[in-house]
Design a protein around this ligand. Structure first.
Ligand SMILES: [Zn+2]
Ligand SMILES: [Zn+2]
Ligand SMILES: [Zn+2]
Ligand SMILES: [Zn+2]
Length: 180
């Protein structure tokens, strides 16, 4: 009789333990898998195609740290091994405004670097951000898309019949005069 009772008690205990585990599992599912503190924000995770869920804090912290370090390419989902990347709209939504600005500056810089490697040169017109393709040996008269024209070799304004050397000294003197 007493033996039966203990078996029953054991079963009840096991049942209780099982329910507790289930409950724990359920609450864990609602917690961010990075910090295990904050609840996940489903409306925010919908933007990720992989459907991995994190809290906004963790994603914000991750993105802001990476951007502050200057790593703006390869911003991937925080889930280990997941290849899903965060797109620009998503990043803009999550990080602070000044950080997003930094992201855009880095992105421009990286794009310019890529273009330089492909043989593009920056427009020499003051404050113009455009890049122009120039291949060695081609006509050095180049235009950017904003129609600024300059010499691709010396980067000065276009000079028709003068060679770059002469133009450089003319411009140098001209700038000296302007500064006076
Ligand atoms: Zn978190
Ligand atoms: Zn993912
Ligand atoms: Zn230009
Ligand atoms: Zn020139």
């Amino acid at each position: 009789m007493s033996k039966l009772k203990t078996i029953n008690e054991k079963q009840i205990m096991l049942k209780k333990e099982f329910i507790k585990q289930l409950e724990n599992q359920f609450t864990d599912d609602n917690l961010c898998i990075i910090c295990y503190v904050n609840e996940i924000s489903p409306e925010f995770s919908l933007s990720l195609n992989c459907k991995h869920l994190f809290c906004k804090n963790c994603v914000k912290h991750y993105l802001e740290t990476r951007i502050n370090e200057g790593h703006i390419s390869n911003l991937k989902c925080l889930y280990a091994g997941c290849k899903q990347t965060f797109n620009e709209k998503f990043i803009q939504k999550v990080v602070d405004r000044n950080i997003f600005h930094r992201y855009l500056v880095c992105k421009n810089r990286e794009e310019s670097k890529n273009l330089l490697q492909k043989g593009f040169i920056p427009c020499s017109f003051p404050d113009c951000q455009e890049m122009v393709l120039y291949k060695n040996g081609n006509n050095p008269l180049v235009f950017c898309v904003k129609k600024h024209r300059f010499c691709a070799i010396c980067k000065e304004g276009w000079h028709k019949n003068l060679d770059c050397k002469n133009v450089n000294s003319i411009y140098k003197n001209f700038r000296k005069i302007l500064r006076m």
